[in-house]
Design a protein around this ligand. Structure first.
Ligand code: FE2
Ligand code: FE2
Length: 231
């Protein structure tokens, strides 16, 4: 490379480097302007947080599905798995996830007069879900296999569309009922509450616990859900 070419290349490099530096300086990551909270890369927003909690719920559906098959086909039934899965539903979904929805999400829609019929149904379903979980955690749960299977099926039948509707209709509309500032602050609030309830890395620990239940039932291999298809 000729010396002039080299200098020109180096000058371009330095200019682009300075521009990148300026861009980085003006990014919200480094300059949160005047105390206003701004969206940061990699930060989990409130709807994202709730959606990934739905992922845990969906994995518990698979556990319930497997328990239903065992109950109906008179196979070996592990009551400890039922109790642990229902306890997770109570602690993580009903007492935490749904409480966030009831305290911070639903009231914003009700106040704004948006999606109120949907919110009313979602509230009623939370109540119905808690009634089923009360039964699943009671000593009576394992006394009648048919009744237990029907309760597990009623739970998953209601919550599959419930979570799907929240993911596809309610949560995407959340930004329209809160200010941009409040939207970001709620993301932080949800994270703080998660840590206060379940400790640091609490979500990850819950996922490990669910994976352990899948393992106990022998349904942990994702590939087992792939159908045999002709190529
Ligand atoms: Fe919900
Ligand atoms: Fe939810």
């Amino acid at each position: 490379m000729k010396i002039l070419d080299y200098l020109e290349t180096r000058r371009s490099f330095l200019i682009s480097g300075s521009l990148i530096g300026l861009a980085a300086l003006s990014s919200p990551l480094l300059l949160p302007g005047c105390g206003e909270k701004e969206e940061k890369a990699g930060e989990v927003t409130a709807p994202e947080d709730l959606m990934r909690e739905h992922g845990v719920l969906r994995r518990i559906f698979l556990i319930f599905d497997d328990l239903v098959v065992r109950l109906k086909q008179e196979q070996e039934f592990p009551p400890a798995v039922l109790t642990e899965a229902a306890t997770l539903i109570r602690r993580f979904i009903e007492d935490y996830h749904e409480k966030l929805e009831e305290d911070y999400v639903f009231p914003r829609f009700e106040k704004a007069g948006k999606l109120v019929d949907l919110v009313e149904t979602l509230r009623r379903q939370h109540h119905a879900g808690r009634t089923i979980t009360d039964f699943l955690l009671s000593p009576a749960a394992t006394a009648d296999r048919q009744k237990l299977a029907a309760s597990l099926q009623a739970f998953t039948r209601m919550y599959r569309p419930h979570a799907a509707r929240e993911d596809t209709v309610l949560f995407p509309a959340f930004r329209s009922v809160v200010s941009p500032q409040e939207f970001l602050e709620l993301g932080d609030k949800f994270e703080d509450q998660e840590e206060a309830r379940f400790g640091k890395g609490g979500y990850e620990k819950i996922v490990v616990q669910v994976a352990g239940l899948e393992q106990a039932l022998g349904i942990e291999d994702l590939a087992r859900f792939t159908p045999q298809v002709q190529v």
